[in-house]
Ligand binder design. Structure first.
Ligand code: NAD
Ligand code: IPM
Ligand code: MN
Length: 369
């Protein structure tokens, strides 16, 4: 089995705690012969700022470029509230996404059967839920220029962020979304606000053209982003794949997380374009949640989002679908047995720690051998 190079970037807060469980899972996979990973680790976010004065070092960026895949934990926290904007922890994450060209962020929201009662919605609304949010990740208001705060002659300040999308950027994310819809239920919702935004007008036009020219057999629905947020909590099972811009994707995926029981359940894969020669894609795998300062350092974090993100790495970067299936089954088993971290526990139920949950998932994988 060829050895694969994985860069682990735990980051800050619970990023460090959940990545510890991935490390244990990798050790198990290597030991059992299911995979052969060589790992490197580096700093990102606030921890990198503390060490180097910037949110990611050039050396870490080089390692990320050279790795077969990157596993990312989470960054940020109140400790770095006053660092210069360019050096804030989140800048490390944004640079990784931009410089690695990771334009497609796949955020699956799946409600495990055992968690139907952990959702803030009624069981019947979320039972069997399986949605894929496809978030554009390297464009839009996150990266558009100008992005600045200027002081006006009258002493007032003026803050500017710029939402920009080109035909090419919309076409390529639309293709990723249609390709996913094709192997799922054949339904794509494209979400924007063409009623107020020029970028929404172009988004709708381009997605419509890609549909007509390349995927006429699939069903395409356009939905305004505010309505999409509402529909997600009204009748979430009407959706299969949702494609949207960077900012709407950020918000809609946090909303979708609660349909599954917790933000601590939502994994993601950030993928680049396939290399024309090798077919390989640059990729980073990251839970949807952040560094959770309110629970950091207490062993309360749910590691499933990060373990499942690693599962997406097994599938998308390493072709190890057997190991990925086994990991998914192990997570379902452990939840089925009633094990719960605090975020998904029923009121009054005893919750287990981050490492107990991680350990139980690995044990369940071992049992399945
Ligand atoms: P957050 O996602 O860190 O936390 C939101 C809420 O969800 C908190 O109550 C937290 O305890 C809970 N939560 C999150 N993950 C959990 C898990 N695995 N298990 C149990 N509970 C979990 O969002 P926030 O509080 O708005 O942001 C905190 C910091 O994280 C900010 O600095 C923000 O910029 C950063 N952030 C980073 C990322 C990332 O690195 N990918 C993502 C989102 C936010
Ligand atoms: C996410 C996060 C990031 C984003 C932040 C930390 C930059 O919220 O991955 O969802 O807004 O993309
Ligand atoms: Mn977010």
């Amino acid at each position: 089995m060829a050895t694969q190079k994985l860069l682990l970037l735990p980051g800050d807060g619970i990023g460090v705690e959940v990545m510890a469980e991935v490390r244990r899972l990798i050790a198990f996979l290597n030991k059992s012969g299911l995979a052969s990973f060589e790992t490197e680790e580096d700093l990102v976010g606030g921890s990198a700022y503390d060490a180097h004065g910037k949110a990611i070092s050039e050396d870490a960026m080089k390692r990320a470029q050279e790795a077969d895949a990157v596993m990312f934990g989470a960054v940020g926290g109140p400790k770095w509230a006053d660092v210069p904007y360019e050096a804030r922890p989140e800048a490390g994450l944004l640079r990784l996404r931009k410089d690695l060209g990771l334009f497609a962020n796949l955020r699956p929201a799946v409600c495990y059967p055992a968690l139907a009662d952990a959702s803030s919605l009624k069981r019947e609304l979320v039972e069997g839920l399986d949605i894929m949010i496809v978030r554009e990740l390297t464009g839009g208001v996150y990266f558009g220029e100008p992005k600045e705060i200027v002081t006006l002659e009258n002493g007032q300040k003026r803050a500017v962020d710029t939402q920009v999308y080109t035909t090419h950027e919309i076409e390529r994310i639309a293709r990723v979304a249609f390709d996913l819809a094709k192997v799922r239920k054949g339904l794509l919702h494209s979400s924007e606000k063409h009623n107020v935004m020029k970028s929404g007008v172009l988004w709708k036009q381009v997605v419509t053209s890609v549909h007509k020219a390349e995927y006429p057999e699939l069903k395409l629905e356009h939905i305004l982003a505010d309505n999409c947020g509402m529909q997600l909590v009204r009748t979430p099972k009407q959706f299969d794949v949702i494609v949207c811009d960077n900012l709407f994707g950020d918000m809609l995926s946090d909303v979708a997380a609660m349909l599954t029981g917790s933000l601590g359940m939502l994994p993601s894969a950030s993928l680049g374009a396939a290399d024309a020669r090798t077919g390989k894609r640059k990729a980073m795998y990251e839970p949807v949640h952040g560094s959770a300062p309110d629970i950091a350092g207490k062993g309360l974090a749910n590691p499933i989002a990060t373990l499942a993100s690693f599962g997406m790495a097994l599938r998308y970067s390493f072709g190890l679908s057997e190991a990925a299936d086994r990991l998914d089954a192990a997570i379902a088993d452990v939840l089925g047995e009633g094990l719960r971290t605090k975020d998904i526990a029923a009121p009054g139920q005893n919750a287990v720690s981050t490492s107990d949950m991680g350990g139980a998932v690995i044990k369940a994988m071992e049992r399945a051998r």
